[in-house]
Design a protein around this ligand. Structure first.
Ligand code: ZN
Length: 290
């Protein structure tokens, strides 16, 4: 075998090995969700088979979001969009569909009858409370919808998604039992009131015998009259804590806390680690709700 022959083989192999590199970095199929806790749900079920992108980045207001141009280009190659019934989805979903006609729009709130937004957080068109991702029993319904949709997108892994959904459901049952032990429901008449800036916790309050009093009304800071009524209520219930959310300014919460001698404590409704976060918030409510 001559030198030239070996050289020829080497020259042949080099470009071949270059060509094989890109195929080893095959991208995962992309799916979109509206908010961070939904990414946790999808990741738990897909087990990393799908690349789950979040529309509203951490720290942004989930009730008033404008998708960015870079997100729209990623969306154009997405396989599915898991919507949850937030206000911005209404005007934007038709635009998403126009951009990605083959993308499935999956309504994860389809089997859920929503509470009237009693705290007047009704920028949602039908005046319903959109915060359904903070009730463990409602999340079980949402993950079932997610698992079926992923199974339809990737039939080869359908049994993996269904199995992951089953084990996540068991974890959610145990989370629910844990929270019920922290916040026992003796009687529906005996709901423990708590004061919170943005009315995120309506479903959570309903599940665990709490009564949510919100500072923000219609997505706006309270008027002087409302502020006075809030302070009277807080004093009547001997409220010692004002719960706040990291994505909103704490100024008003701090003003109220100062007036009534209370402390401001975070109750994050949008953390990625949904299970641990919900348990931590429940511990804070248990220690600090009246
Ligand atoms: Zn909200």
């Amino acid at each position: 075998m001559g030198k030239h022959f070996l050289l020829a083989i080497c020259l042949f192999l080099i470009p071949l090995s270059c060509k094989t590199n890109p195929s080893s970095a095959i991208k995962k199929p992309i799916v979109f969700v509206s908010i961070v806790p939904q990414k946790y749900f999808v990741d738990k079920i897909s087990g990393g088979i799908f690349d789950c992108q979040v529309m509203v980045p951490p720290g942004m207001n989930v009730h008033a979001y404008e998708p960015k141009p870079q997100q729209m280009s990623l969306l154009s190659i997405a396989k599915a969009y898991f919507c949850i019934g937030l206000e911005f989805e209404g005007p934007w979903l038709p635009k998403f569909s126009a951009l990605a006609p083959s993308m499935s729009i999956v309504k994860t709130d389809s089997s859920i009858s929503k509470l009237a937004s009693g705290d007047k957080d009704d920028r949602e068109p039908n005046g319903r409370d959109p915060h359904i991702w903070l009730s463990p029993k409602l999340v079980k319904r949402q993950i079932a919808v997610i698992a079926l949709a992923l199974a339809r997108l990737d039939t080869a892994h359908a049994s993996v998604f269904i199995k992951n959904c089953d084990s996540f459901s068991v974890e959610i049952d145990s989370l629910d039992a844990h929270i019920k032990a922290l916040l026992p429901c003796d009687s529906l008449q005996n709901k423990r009131p708590f004061l919170v800036f943005h009315p995120t916790w309506g479903y959570f309050a309903k599940d665990y015998c709490l009564s949510q009093i919100a500072i923000e009304i219609d997505g706006k800071e309270p008027s002087p009259q409302t502020m006075k009524a809030l302070l009277d209520t807080a004093r009547r219930y001997k409220i010692t804590t004002v719960f706040a959310q990291p994505e909103y300014s704490k100024k008003t919460a701090e003003i109220i806390a100062n007036e009534i001698g209370a402390k401001v404590v975070d109750a994050d409704g949008l953390a990625y680690d949904w299970q641990n976060n919900l348990l931590n918030v429940a511990k804070n409510f248990a220690a600090r709700a009246n």
